[in-house]
Design a protein around this ligand. Structure first.
Ligand SMILES: [Zn+2]
Ligand SMILES: [Zn+2]
Length: 370
């Protein structure tokens, strides 16, 4: 009988996860089957779990196997895969991180090497887990990493807990600052001290930021932001209104505004406030707003008069994943990367993990299959 593994199948909007068992797929040429070690609960996972992203409406057949922020070991290599994406020999049992989306290599975006904008880069995710290769996400024992992937071997110094957040949160904010043209000496303000916000502090620090301002209102999160390099805290319990917070960020930046403001809250209501914190010629980097159909009102003249930019950022190129990993290796003594995951749950407790993260006091929960 074929070997089987468990996965968490998400049953659809307003429903929960169910644990299911499927045969472990054999990798086709160019693919890799990963044995998952750890999969985080990212903000975007929370959005669909709460029904804020209607996947069925987007043509997805339930149930699906979600989870995208994860890492593990090579379980089986498909024919032709002998190295990782930087040319290092790759063998079964090696600990790895990998890009969780896969550009097709043959479309208008890929032609221009804009792989992060490939329209079908997440097409594996539109397939129900009832269909081969079943293991399409991180919440389960295995993950099927298709051909054209990006994969990198992990050095022993990077633990599983440190590595789990690299392929989404860490690489995402690393890429976001780079896409915005961040330069050493500039100032950064961050809306939201969740996993992405915390990582942004370290990345901005290492990129040479002259001042990093974190805006949040939960003690554990603010403490972590400080440990990751935030210079100033705008505590939302003290600065209660958008006007007060905008004034505070201005006061902290020589009455000028921050050169880069990152939206990492995931709610359009914070956008106008964040935009008003942006310095002339600066950029608003929106990463968190992935709720299609949620709207807000902004005054475009604020962008025009100040030569400000509004930048939407989703996904990254393979080089950013490698860059983020290298940065973590280099700075592993400087920042408490292990602390980003605050709670770990077994796969069977996945519904509880999501419930607890919803209350906002868990910085990032993680699911560890047995
Ligand atoms: Zn994510
Ligand atoms: Zn493509």
């Amino acid at each position: 009988m074929a070997q089987t593994g468990k996965l968490a199948a998400w049953m659809g909007k307003g429903k929960t996860f169910e644990i299911r068992e499927y045969p472990v797929p054999d990798p086709k040429p160019g693919a890799v089957v990963i044995k998952i070690a750890l999969a985080n609960v990212c903000g975007s996972d929370m959005h669909y779990w709460k029904g804020e992203l209607d996947m069925e409406k987007r043509g997805r057949t339930m149930p699906i196997n979600p989870g995208h922020e994860h890492m593990g070991t090579v379980f089986k290599l498909g024919a032709g895969v002998t190295t990782d994406s930087s040319g290092q020999p790759l063998r079964e049992g090696d600990r790895v991180i990998y890009r969780y989306f896969i550009p097709c290599g043959r479309c208008k975006a890929c032609l221009r090497r804009q792989f992060k904008s490939c329209p079908t880069r997440q097409s594996n995710w539109s397939v129900t887990c009832d269909v081969w290769p079943h293991f399409q996400g991180g919440y389960g024992d295995y993950f099927y990493l298709g051909p054209n992937h990006a994969i990198f071997k992990l050095p022993a110094a990077i633990t599983d807990a440190m590595a789990a957040g690299i392929n989404c949160a860490f690489a995402q904010v690393y890429a976001g600052l780079e896409f915005a043209g961040f330069k050493g000496g500039q100032t950064v303000a961050i809306q939201g001290a969740g996993g992405l916000g915390i990582y942004t502090c370290a990345v901005a620090r290492e990129f040479g930021a002259s001042k990093i301002i974190m805006i949040d209102g939960i003690d554990e999160r603010l403490e972590l932001a400080r440990a990751f390099g935030a210079d100033e805290i705008v505590d939302m319990r003290q600065y209660r209104t958008p006007a007060e917070r905008i004034a505070r960020v201005k006061a902290l930046t020589d009455d000028w505004g921050a050169d880069h403001v990152l939206e990492l809250v995931g709610n359009p209501h914070v956008v106008d406030e964040g935009l008003r914190m942006v310095a002339p010629e600066g950029a608003y980097i929106d990463i968190g707003n992935i709720n299609a159909g949620w709207e807000t009102t902004i005054d475009p003249s604020w962008l025009v008069f100040g030569n400000r930019r509004f930048l939407g950022v989703m996904h990254y190129e393979a080089e950013h994943l490698k860059g983020a990993l290298d940065l973590m290796v280099r700075t592993r003594q400087r920042y408490p990367y292990e602390k980003i995951i605050s709670h770990t749950f077994p796969l069977e407790k996945i519904n509880e993990a999501f419930r607890q993260q919803e209350d906002g006091h868990i910085t990032r929960g993680a699911i560890a299959p047995a």
